[in-house]
Design a protein around this ligand. Structure first.
Ligand SMILES: [Zn+2]
Length: 418
């Protein structure tokens, strides 16, 4: 008889570092369309070259729907507990649930959050704050700095950090007319009191990074836009995605800063335009979001290649958005099957055509909805613990896999999160 001990690997590798990259709303078709556009039918995005792949179910436990929002989805990933839509790291009974980021911090690791959305929006929020409704973004910000001490915070949404009516730093406001909309006082001043370095434009960010290379350490708060890094509309109505700092550069900077901790780090990177542009059925900028995320994945992989035995990289989504479908743009009707062909394709695919890289033909994209769907999302991974993410899994299984990968079970028990 084989005992459990016999089949346990004798020297299981621990993920000292974890980089979790989330494409908000990024389903299988979003990834595939990004591939066709960037590297063609035989190429693979960096995120699709990771050795372990699976499909992750995203449904929530909301009594009114099975389709999740980003708050419930991120809560499931971050805490291992499914909840109702709108809740941030709070379960369906109103109880706060410890998050993987909090457990990583308790283990001595440094922790970071990055988003091209408001950094206090639902996806990052569920990793380091507990609020009953995702709209409480100033409270989320306060908890990041006062309660958790998130070491690196980089993204948009600066308006939530300043008191209502207060003029924002000009670099942060940009061409927008945003003023502060915060409900918790001047949280940037509070962050500085707590030792954070604050930056809000690319130049001061780069200067900070140069200083940090000579003298690492100290928490970093970078808020580069009053709200999102983009303007979300349908095509032709003013949509813009021209980020003040690229997601790849933010990821590189966060890794440089966090990696100075010999205990390792946990970093969550969110690309949010995929979801927000899919809500607008804006295909070109949805695809731009996918490719922005892929460049961040390349940065994460480059770091992991320098220390391949101790960094787990996971790329996934919180849910699908848009019910996206990919079809050929020049297809002839199939001779022995009904339907199909260019006319039907154009009816079903309202966006495009986009070129398939390296070919003479193209593809079109069709949308089923301007909302989320419950379609399972791809998950790919590399590094210690990645093997637990293959096959068909639940979003809550990702939390469990990260606990095992970072060897946090004892920390979880000690914190009442068994
Ligand atoms: Zn959404």
């Amino acid at each position: 008889m084989t005992s459990a001990i016999d089949i346990e690997p004798t020297s299981r590798r621990i993920a000292r570092n974890v980089i979790l990259l989330i494409g908000d709303g990024m389903g299988e078709a979003h990834r595939f369309a990004g591939q066709l556009l960037a590297v063609g039918r035989d190429g693979r995005l960096a995120m699709d070259r990771l050795p372990v792949s699976g499909l992750m179910n995203t449904m929530c436990v909301d009594p009114t729907t099975f389709v999740t929002d980003s708050a419930a989805a991120a809560t499931a990933i971050a805490t291992g507990v499914k909840t109702i839509n709108g809740c941030v790291a709070i379960d369906s009974h109103g109880r706060q649930q410890r998050t993987i980021l909090e457990l990583a911090k308790a283990s001595g690791r440094s922790v970071g959050l990055i988003s091209t959305c408001q950094i206090t929006d639902a996806t990052p929020a569920a990793f380091a704050a507990h609020v009953p409704h995702r709209a409480d973004q100033s409270e989320v910000a306060r908890q990041y700095i006062e309660r958790v001490g998130v070491d690196v915070i980089l993204g948009g949404g600066g308006a939530h950090w300043f008191p209502t009516g207060r003029a924002l730093p000009a670099e942060m406001a940009g061409a927008s007319h945003w003023r502060g909309i915060g409900a918790d006082g001047d949280l940037v001043a509070r962050a500085r009191e707590l030792g954070y370095e604050f930056v809000c434009d690319a130049a001061s960010f780069q200067a900070s990074l140069r200083r940090r290379r000579l003298e690492p350490g100290g928490p970093l708060l970078g808020l580069f836009a009053a709200q999102e890094f983009f303007v979300q509309t349908a095509e032709g109505l003013g949509a813009v995605y021209d980020p003040p700092v690229s997601l790849a550069d933010l990821t590189s900077a966060a890794i440089d800063t966090l990696a100075s901790n010999p205990n390792g780090f946990f970093l969550m990177v969110e690309e949010s335009a995929i979801d927000r542009m899919a809500h607008q059925n804006n295909a070109p900028l949805t695809l731009k979001g996918v490719l922005e995320l892929d460049r961040a994945v390349q940065v994460a992989l480059a770091f992991a290649s320098r220390s391949p035995d101790d960094t787990l990289i996971v790329v996934t989504a919180d849910h699908e958005c848009g019910g996206l479908a990919v079809a050929g743009s020049l297809d002839q009707p199939y001779p022995y099957e009904p339907g199909g062909g260019l006319l039907d394709t154009m009816l079903a695919g309202e966006d495009g055509p986009f070129p398939v890289a390296g070919t003479g033909y193209g593809f079109v994209l069709g949308w089923a909805t301007t909302g989320h769907t419950a379609a399972p999302v791809p998950i790919t991974a590399a590094g210690p613990g990645a093997e637990r993410l293959s096959g068909s899994i639940e979003n809550t299984d990702l939390f469990d896999a990260l606990v095992v990968a970072m060897d946090l079970a004892e920390v979880a028990v000690a914190s009442g999160c068994a």
